[in-house]
Design a protein. Sequence first.
Length: 294
Amino acid sequence: MTADGGDTLLQDFERRLLALEQAFEKLRAAIDPAFAVANVAAPIAASLLKVDGQHAFSAKFFALLDLGEAVLKYSAAIGFASVMQANTPQSSDIVELFRRPPSLGKIVERLRKILDDSSSRALWPMTLVTDALRRANGKQTSAARYLFEEFIAIRNSERGHGTHQPEGYYEELYLKNRYILEDFVLSSDLLSTTLVYIHSVDHYGEQYSYKVTRLMGAVPIDIPDPIISPTKVRMHSTCVWDGAARLLALAEFVVYRFCKQCCSEHTFFADHMTPDRVFLQSYPGSHRIEVERR
């Protein structure tokens, strides 16, 4: 056998092995939904699992609307926190936005303005949001067009329905939108970037040492080794982590905390803020709480 022939056989074997591995992962994900979201940020993973846990198509569809809202709010939270940390001119607009409960449309409008600003969209981890929602030529990705336009239109129409529609109506809407959202959730680098909760802070030379809980997938997991970073972050912060030394605290925009209503710890999104209070919304728990600002 010639060297070229051997290389061809090896390449063919590698292709077949890769295809087999991909088929196995798809099968495992179909059997175990929790495995499919193991590397998805907890606020989004919990929302997707809630969709899978419903039986009636009406329940599945409205859980799907929660998932889409969570994706938009999580993307916006990363953008807002990036801008606030850098103290760009848009910071004051974001503060003003949350003085009263903003509509989803207002949140998306502010996110789009950040995406339009070249200096803001170059900030890490806003770069992850930019890559997910903007092409290199500045135009929207297909995911952005769906989320910003089609999804919000569907959500506004169906949330405001005065009467409940037949199950067949919701089945069609669910099947039409499920796989678009699911594909974005499971393939996006934005949503697979690690989210952590800081539960201990110490000094490490001129840097900081953080003990954290990994907030990915269905189950929070304590990471045994500390994160060493030059970035100063307060204890009890929820942060995006690049896997090395970069951390961005999401402030009150995304919070992980104990909830007295359901007696468990999970993530919340900011609904609105006053100088001394934060009003938080949980999609997995389907409730709101009010806490003091730290």
